[in-house]
Design a protein around this ligand. Structure first.
Ligand SMILES: *Cc1c(COP(=O)(O)O)cnc(C)c1O
Length: 496
């Protein structure tokens, strides 16, 4: 098998192995690691359709994590995708109103982030062993709500690691916040910031690329890595479920071998949809990548105009995990559509930092033809939840509803009848109040847990353990800092 090496999207020519890229998280020049080429699946889709989720994961990940041995990779996979998930199939699919909802929320923290963050700690500790790392790995994470808890759950009490999570104090749902601030584990630290997700992500990236801080940490026996989707170790496990979804459709006779499908992905940081793009590059027949945004529709505008412009107001919506104006992983797509050109990418990213916008060339736009951008207003999002529930009895969360609404618009506009998979990214119980509001059943006097009880009565869907278990849990983290005080907060946790 050809070895795949990783280098920065921004021009630093040094190449590293997959395990080194996972350990580093972000390249030294602030760019993201990308593979030097994207390998093709070496099993046929018909072979893959007979495989379990775990075996599918192995077949996909072995092609990109080429410096992991089979034994190492299988160890990581087997420990990640086990009874932590409430279903043996790991990612079940439900057909509703003509689309296939790929439910990616059956892990421990009931959001799709579990799909990758269940395995990342194993990949990270295996990578540390392979590279003879003696330092403790400090995972620094910015979260718009779901990554934080999923990363905490994955890394809590993992020997040789510490984890610090920054979340927007006023930008997550009550259940999301409660999940994080009750996190146990001596190696965990959760901090609210007075700012939004972009502030958190920018602050974390700044710490990553500060050589002085890195030296200081090294002296104390620490080094940073990332659990955000800027880490290639997050992205690669996300390719798996697209292959799995396709091959389930094939197995059930919904499509024939080689038929194209569409995917609809509710998008924020562009990690999930980029994983589907990589899946297609690996040979999965995907026709259109439908990128669904909420009112922070910077990506919708980008696909429509070729200009990425973050100069606009940041809107707090009912789909907070998508409240993002700087979609980090778009940088990887920009790099690829520029012909794997780091110079072009670096110049755009510089413009993005300095002017808040950049415009791609007509040739690059041509390469984006397989993407379709759509967005859903708050009203459309709520209507999508209500309509789907009332017509089919199937309940979706606010993020999935953004995708569902965009997909309805897409079908109306294009008449495209291609079999379509919608990434269902969270359990409705993570956003109980918004879901109840959508159903017209909100009660201002009830807290989110009481609302969960009501939602369960209405929907006949059992309240997940992830919600019941935090109901009376003790608050263990209550620190809130200014958005420019992240580095000091990290120091005071690590050097205590
Ligand atoms: C993170 C998240 C998204 C956005 O995914 P990206 O990979 O950041 O585009 C959508 N929905 C939910 C529920 C999420 O947690």
């Amino acid at each position: 098998m050809a070895e795949i090496l990783y280098s920065s999207t921004r021009g630093d020519k040094s190449k590293v192995t997959a395990s080194q890229a996972i350990l580093k998280g972000l390249a030294a020049d602030g760019g993201l690691f990308v593979p030097d080429h994207i390998p093709h699946l070496d099993k046929t889709l018909s072979e893959l359709k007979e495989m379990s989720y775990q075996d599918t994961a192995y077949e996909v990940m072995k092609l990109l994590l080429t410096d992991f041995t089979e034994e190492e990779l299988r160890y990581c996979i087997d420990h990640a995708y086990d009874s932590k998930f409430d279903t043996e199939v790991i990612a079940p699919m439900t057909e509703a109103d003509g689309a296939f909802y790929l439910e990616l929320y059956h892990g421990k923290t009931i959001a799709f982030k579990d799909m990758a963050l269940s395995i990342l700690p194993y990949l990270m500790t295996t990578a540390a062993k392979k590279n003879n790392i003696k330092n403790d790995i400090v995972i620094l994470t910015a979260t718009s709500g779901d990554t934080g808890k999923a990363a905490l759950a994955g890394f809590a009490d993992v020997p040789g690691t510490k984890i610090v999570v920054f979340y927007p104090k006023h930008g997550v749902s009550p259940i999301q916040e409660r999940q994080m601030v009750t996190q146990e584990g001596d190696n965990t630290c959760v901090i609210g910031i007075e700012g939004n997700f972009d502030d958190a992500q920018t602050g974390v990236k700044k710490i990553f690329t500060d050589p002085e801080f890195a030296r200081e940490l090294d002296e104390k026996g620490f080094q940073f890595s990332s659990a955000n989707s800027i880490n290639i170790g997050r992205l690669i496990p996300q390719i798996v479920y697209y292959v799995y979804a396709y091959t389930r459709l094939l197995k059930e006779g919904r499509i024939a071998d080689g038929d194209e499908i569409n995917v609809v992905v509710p998008t924020g940081n562009f990690g999930n949809i980029l994983a589907s793009y990589y899946a297609a590059k690996m040979g999965l027949p995907i026709k259109t990548f439908i990128c669904a945004s909420n009112s922070n529709k910077v990506l919708y505008d980008f696909f429509g105009t070729g200009t990425y412009d973050r100069n606009r107001d940041f809107v707090l919506t009912s789909s907070p995990s998508m409240d993002i104006l700087i979609s980090s992983n778009l940088e990887r797509l920009i790099y690829h559509i520029a012909g794997d050109n780091a110079e072009v990418d670096a110049s755009y990213m510089k413009k993005l930092t300095e002017e808040g916008k950049y415009e791609i060339t007509p040739q690059m736009r041509e390469a984006l033809k397989c993407f379709y951008g759509g967005f859903a207003t708050e009203e459309a999002t709520a209507a999508a939840i209500k309509d789907l529930f009332e017509s089919t009895g199937y309940l979706i969360d606010t993020h999935t509803a953004v995708a569902s609404s965009v997909y309805s618009d897409y079908v109306k506009k294009t008449g495209d009848k291609t079999v379509t998979v919608i990434a269902s990214t969270a359990s409705p119980y993570k956003f109980t109040r918004s879901v109840m509001q959508a159903l017209g059943k909100d009660d201002a006097n009830a807290d989110d847990f009481q609302l969960a009880d009501k939602l369960s009565e209405i929907s006949k869907v059992e309240i997940p353990e992830a919600v019941t278990s935090i109901r009376d849990a003790k608050i263990r983290h209550d620190k809130v800092v200014a958005k420019d005080a992240l580095a000091d907060a990290v120091r005071s946790f690590l050097y205590k």
